[in-house]
Design a protein around this ligand. Structure first.
Ligand code: SAM
Length: 290
């Protein structure tokens, strides 16, 4: 005997529980952030997004993600807060020193073949990576004919990057990184200590342009010889990663270099065939076809 479906199937509480209601709420929140403020987190990896959004829900004393969405639509400052919540800004000077060592040994000689070097540091966070690259280029005699475009989605971290004052307590670790990265001077020459901060030499940013740029929704703005984007795309879903690879590919000159660091790879990208691996472990690629 055939079993007739319940008229209310799909509307009962138990069916509601089976459906991931919170995922629907999260999608709606991200859609609201995009349509109201233009910040596009819709293709970020959902597990970490959900954790971070739920933390904000709790801190605001709200009952649900939907309640947060309601407020987000009407309160622009909450978007700034959410932006801070959703972007992971952890960074360090000469982070993964072997990456910089490879840049110094294998990439700098290639950059020297051009009369000018344009570098894009995408997702630069509070700027430690930018100051590290400026130091490296300076020591290799390239800085005077270089321009570094340092971008991030988050204006607040960019402000800190512009200031270039990092915790003094971290200088010991950073000195170790600097030495392991092949640094040729005394690291302390680059900063002066003031209270608990290390203020980096302003001349290091004389050729740096800091600007807000959203990799998920904005286009290319230059032709670069070197693009560095590390620890950013790990938070993106595959489709968004591919779009960002395309953006980088469109922004690189032929024979330009793309440095992704150990966590990301071009391997799965449709454009991988246009690149050769300069250093497989550090995921540093050279664009061989226009
Ligand atoms: C973990 S930090 C990495 C910092 C630095 N690249 C490093 O490796 O030390 C990730 C940075 O990516 C930025 N970010 C996330 N989504 C972005 C997007 N769509 N466009 C530009 N930057 C983004 C975040 O604001 C954050 O500052």
């Amino acid at each position: 005997m055939a079993v007739r479906p319940q008229r209310s199937e799909g509307l009962t509480a138990s069916r509601g529980d089976a459906v991931d209601v919170e995922k629907i709420e999260l999608d709606c929140l991200l859609e609201a952030a995009y349509r109201r403020y233009g910040f596009d987190f819709r293709e970020y990896a959902p597990a970490s997004l959900r954790r971070r959004v739920n933390r904000r829900v709790q801190l605001e004393g709200l009952p649900s993600i939907s309640a947060l969405q309601e407020r987000l639509l009407r309160e622009p400052p909450l978007m700034q807060q959410l932006l801070l919540d959703l972007s992971i800004n952890v960074t360090a000077m000469f982070r993964d020193p072997s990456f910089y060592l490879t840049l110094r040994r294998k990439v700098v000689p290639l950059l020297k073949t051009w009369p000018f070097t344009r570098v894009w540091v995408a997702g630069c966070s509070t700027g430690e990576e930018v100051y590290s690259l400026a130091i490296l280029l300076d020591e290799e005699g390239l800085y005077d004919r270089a321009r570094i475009y340092a971008t991030d989605i988050n204006e607040e971290v960019l402000d800190r990057a512009r200031q270039g004052v990092f915790p003094l307590a971290k200088m010991q670790d950073y000195t170790r990184n600097y030495i392991a990265a092949g640094g040729t001077r005394a690291f302390s020459d680059y900063y002066t200590s003031a209270y608990d901060g290390a203020a980096f030499d302003r001349s290091l940013v004389r050729n740096v342009v800091f600007a807000q740029h959203n990799l998920a929704s904005e286009g290319t703005f230059n032709e670069f010889h070197l693009i560095v984007c590390r620890n950013v795309m790990i938070y993106f879903e595959r489709s968004l990663q591919e779009r960002v690879f395309e953006l980088f590919d469109d922004s690189l000159v032929r024979l330009g270099i793309l440095g992704l660091g150990t966590k990301e790879s071009l391997r799965m990208s449709e454009r991988a065939g246009k690149y050769e691996e300069l250093e497989p472990l550090e995921r540093i690629y050279r664009k061989t076809k226009a």
